[in-house]
Design a protein around this ligand. Structure first.
Ligand SMILES: Cc1cc2nc3c(=O)[nH]c(=O)nc-3n(C[C@H](O)[C@H](O)[C@H](O)COP(=O)(O)OP(=O)(O)OC[C@H]3O[C@@H](n4cnc5c(N)ncnc54)[C@H](O)[C@@H]3O)c2cc1C
Length: 521
């Protein structure tokens, strides 16, 4: 995936793309993947880095959604379970089976969760990841040694998927790019172009790094900008009412020994009626989440103190050792798009997790809602509108069986696993220079060659791209990321031929961002 080559494709303003996608999160990438699977020409424009928004800030679950089953949304759960199963097949390097344990303290809970999760398991059919079952108190303590034992009756085990969200985004981007799509980060869509009948025929995009602007023609334009969807809708029609109310969810990252095993803990009903997860991930424990209304969409939302307190208190209620602020290695926040209340009402309603595709009078197609797990189906459902918008019939979707970049059945051990088939090539880079074999930080397995690889092949152009989304040190341990930044900046500067001034600016920018992931003790 080469940014310069793809920017060059923007220079041909006479080219008419079949589909132009705005937004490089899971939704936009799903559209690009499905479009290319049907032989359509597609360009994807992301104003920051791939998955910089909500798509790198999830709970990291590829799931049917036990919560949605409890709410009776059977169709949504069935759809998500199918997508979950296929993703684990198509990207075994990035998504795997994760057993979850619900600790049981009452008979009612034992019956309720045993029956509910049997149904969940049954619904996944031949794509099931493993049977759900009730386990004894002794077995529960063996598997989660740190679980609160007072009143514990046992646990219900069930299976869901777990993944690396930002890396999946990158690998989908690469899959689409390799199949012929033009995929670009740091390109911001600044306006939409219309013909005399008011129909969209293209857009203007700015290369954020060079400042250059390019006009671009497209038969169909897709707005896949998550919580920023209103901005594009208002670009299309300044009178368009606001549709979206962002709602924030935060996660705290701490040492794995707060659980003491490799199973995840699921708390099905918190004080505010939500679900709380504590999930082992890249050698740490990710705990969350919350649901707090925020006024404005932001690319770098910040956790509120009351959210941090809530997560610590709720998790602490189920663990023998209560985590405190000083145990938190990093905090990260993401925004989900809720439906804004209608004028005069105060109620917000979650846009059903089953996504929506909305077509404006201008032909702008907006994809909203949904979840990471269903990114591919969301893409397919959006590309299905191609005929309505253009009058041309596309081939049928072929994305369900598409292997994701890096796919291999011979996975390497340790942190190399997530690179899949690329791991060998990165190890070969490490052999080019002795210093590229060195670790970036003593507490993490990542080596310098991974930075070189990210610059050469994964469109990493800023220190944050590497430390937050190519390797995930920023969200695993914010202080460790700050300590690693100078080394990463040096390595990137040598590859990108940048000077000392660039390095200093990058370090200032990174420090400013990383401080938001540190917690005040
Ligand atoms: C706290 C939390 C936990 C979650 N956990 C899970 C989970 O465990 N499993 C799961 O399946 N789902 C989960 N979800 C849902 C999932 O993360 C989201 O559905 C998904 O990431 C949304 O992706 P998106 O592409 O719609 O939005 P985003 O990822 O926000 O992408 C939108 C992109 O559009 C870009 N953009 C905006 N304006 C422009 C412009 N003018 N030009 C170019 N680009 C632009 C932005 O920079 C951004 O990158 C979770 C969500 C939250 C908030």
């Amino acid at each position: 995936m080469n940014r310069e080559e793809n920017i060059n494709q923007l220079k041909d303003s006479s080219k008419i793309w079949d589909i132009a996608v705005i937004g490089g999160g899971s939704s936009g990438l799903g559209v690009a993947l499905d479009a290319i699977s049907r032989g359509l020409s597609v360009i994807l424009l992301e104003k920051a880095d791939f998955a910089k928004g909500t798509s790198s800030r999830s709970t990291k679950l590829v799931h049917g959604g036990v919560r949605y089953l409890a709410q009776g949304d059977v169709m949504l759960v069935l759809e998500a379970l199918k997508e979950r199963g296929m993703l684990l097949k198509n990207a075994p390097h990035l998504a795997h089976d994760q057993p979850f344990i619900i600790p049981i303290y009452t008979w009612f809970d034992r019956i309720q969760y045993s029956v509910g999760l049997k149904l969940y398991d049954w619904m996944s059919g031949r794509l099931s990841l493993g049977k759900s079952e009730f386990i004894s108190k002794k077995e529960t303590i063996k598997r989660i040694p740190a679980v609160l034992q007072k009143g514990l009756m046992g646990g219900v085990v069930y299976h869901d998927g777990q993944f690396d969200d930002a890396r999946l985004a990158l690998d989908i981007a690469q899959t689409a790019d390799e199949a012929g799509a033009c995929i670009l980060n740091y390109t911001k869509v600044s306006s939409l172009e219309k013909n005399e009948s008011g129909k969209i025929i293209g857009l203007k995009v700015q290369d954020v790094l060079s400042g250059k602007k390019y006009p671009l023609q497209a038969k169909m334009v897709v707005n896949a900008t998550g919580v920023f969807a209103d901005k594009i809708l208002q670009m299309d029609n300044p009178e368009a009412p606001k549709m979206i109310q962002p709602s924030q969810g935060i996660h705290l990252v701490m040492d794995l020994d707060f659980l003491g095993g490799t199973d995840a803990l699921m708390i099905p009903k918190t004080r505010d009626g939500r679900v709380l997860f504590a999930v082992p991930w890249h050698g740490k424990l990710v705990v969350g989440t919350t649901d707090t209304l925020r006024e404005k969409p932001r690319l770098e939302p910040e956790a509120l103190q009351k959210e941090i307190d809530f997560v610590l208190e709720t998790a602490g209620g189920y663990l023998t050792r209560k985590p405190t602020r000083s145990d938190v290695k990093a905090v990260f926040a993401g925004l989900r798009p809720l439906a804004r209340p209608k004028e005069g009402s105060t109620k917000t309603k979650e846009i059903s997790r089953s996504h929506k595709v909305i077509v404006s009078d201008s032909g702008l197609v907006t994809l909203t809602g949904g979840k990471w797990t269903t990114f591919r189906k969301m893409g397919e459902d959006t590309v299905d509108y191609f005929k309505q918008i253009t009058g041309e019939s596309p081939a049928s979707s072929n994305s369900l069986d598409m292997k994701i970049h890096g796919f291999t059945e011979n996975l390497l051990e340790g942190h190399w696993k997530i690179y899949g088939n690329d791991a060998k090539a990165i190890k070969a880079i490490a052999k080019e220079k002795a210093e590229w074999e060195e670790k970036l930080h003593p507490d993490f397995p990542n080596i310098a060659a991974e930075v070189i690889w990210a610059v050469r092949n994964e469109m990493a152009v800023k220190v944050e791209d590497v430390l937050s989304r190519r390797i995930r040190i920023l969200i695993l341990d914010a202080q460790a990321a700050i300590d690693t930044a100078p080394k990463v900046a040096q390595l990137m500067a040598s590859e990108l031929q940048k000077d000392e001034k660039w390095i200093s600016q990058e370090l200032v920018d990174f420090q400013k961002t990383a401080e938001k992931y540190l917690i005040k003790k």
